[in-house]
Design a protein around this ligand. Structure first.
Ligand code: NAP
Length: 336
């Protein structure tokens, strides 16, 4: 039997996930959708030719007996309310990042899930489902390069729109590193400093770009992440782990190697959607499979909370230029 899903938010990623759940993944069926713009929700149902009912709002969808599990893909500030409502209804919920826009909001979700007594929430951090990061983690966990001492990472976008502000380099861009590097190292951050190199002439006046985020973990590993969102040349994600006895690098996405016009070359992707397209399929299939066997896994509400706490510290560090402590409470055993 297919899992009957309700989707709240039919914007860019909502449409993408509806298509994915209806056409690509196994054992899932989108039976309900809603959006603040109901006409858009109805259009998505018609365009994708799915037999889904359009609900007047998210709460009606969550409480419908037709809906077995919920996907929250609306804009960030509405996530907390819908995830809490899904937990109150005892329904599994996949929530796109951010879990909530404040660390307090994430904490409330953690407490609601703890009170419920069983995991219901998976956060839409997709990088732990990327083939390359999984291969890198296998190498680290095997001990082949010894203990990780330093990580050198980069998150580069060709360019960003004029609505993109300096703090969004943390909340919208670095947030993926904040999640995946904790997972990769099985460690937590304890402090952060943000430094700003010479500004690129390609960034708009209000935006400080690039920036370098320097993180320290509880085990003492040092991480530098270059966030450069107007790099022009491509969407480029780099991660190099320096261990005691060797170095492991995130593999490049597979591209045809070209020998032509006296050059040997590999194309670089331009769009983030292309870079992680496979990971989105795997993360949602994992949610569907987990719900069907009664075991939601993957990035948890605690991981969403940890990312939010770290992001708040990074934003403070952007402003102060100082080293800022990242004070995360011990993880409840529930999330082990
Ligand atoms: P989007 O295109 O703006 O879509 C959001 C949709 O939610 C819009 O149709 C919006 O309607 C609707 N909405 C807002 N408030 C709502 C409410 N209370 N109830 C129902 N619908 C509501 O944005 P997006 O790019 O799809 O992003 C959505 C979320 O996914 C964001 O949190 C974003 O950070 C996340 N995301 C994650 C990834 C990833 O890599 N994991 C990638 C992309 C996006 P209006 O437009 O009328 O306000």
């Amino acid at each position: 039997m297919s899992l009957k899903l309700g989707v709240i938010g039919t914007g860019a990623i909502g449409q993408d996930h509806i298509r994915r759940c209806s056409q690509t993944l196994l054992n899932s069926q989108v039976v309900a959708v809603t959006d603040i713009n109901l006409e858009q929700a109805a259009k998505v149902v018609a365009d994708l030719q799915i037999a889904a009912e359009v609900y007047p709002h998210g709460h009606a969808l969550i409480n419908s007996p037709q809906v077995e599990a919920v996907l929250v893909t609306s804009w960030g500030p509405s996530h907390e309310e819908f995830v809490l409502a899904a937990i109150a209804a005892g329904k599994p919920v996949f929530c796109e990042k951010p879990l909530a826009v404040t660390a307090d909001g994430c904490r409330k979700i953690v407490e609601a899930e703890l009170a419920h007594g069983k995991r219901l929430v998976q956060v839409g951090f997709m990088r732990p489902y990327d083939e390359g990061y999984r291969a890198l983690k296998r190498v680290i966990d095997s001990g082949q390069i010894g203990e990780p001492l330093m990580l050198h990472c980069a998150h580069r976008n060709p360019r960003v729109g004029e609505n993109y502000k300096t703090d969004m380099a943390i909340t919208d861009t670095l947030i993926h590193e904040l999640d995946v590097l904790r997972w990769l190292l099985n460690d937590d951050y304890v402090s952060v400093q943000v430094v700003f190199p010479r500004k690129t002439s390609k960034a708009l006046a209000h935006l400080r770009d690039p920036q370098i985020v320097l993180l320290e973990t509880a085990k003492g590993t040092r991480i530098d992440v270059e966030v450069f969102v107007n790099c022009q040349y491509g969407y480029d994600i780099q991660c190099e782990v320096v261990g005691e006895t060797g170095i492991a690098r995130l593999p490049e996405p597979s591209q045809v190697q070209l020998r032509s016009e006296a050059k040997l070359s590999n194309a670089i992707l331009m769009d983030w959607k292309d870079r992680f397209i496979g990971a989105y399929d795997v993360e949602l299939q994992a949610f569907i499979d987990g719900v069907r066997v009664g075991q939601v896994g993957g990035p948890s509400a605690w991981d969403g909370y940890a990312a939010a706490v770290a992001a708040d510290a990074c934003i403070e560090a952007q402003g102060s230029g100082q080293i800022v402590k990242i004070g995360l409470a011990p993880r409840p055993h529930f999330y082990d």
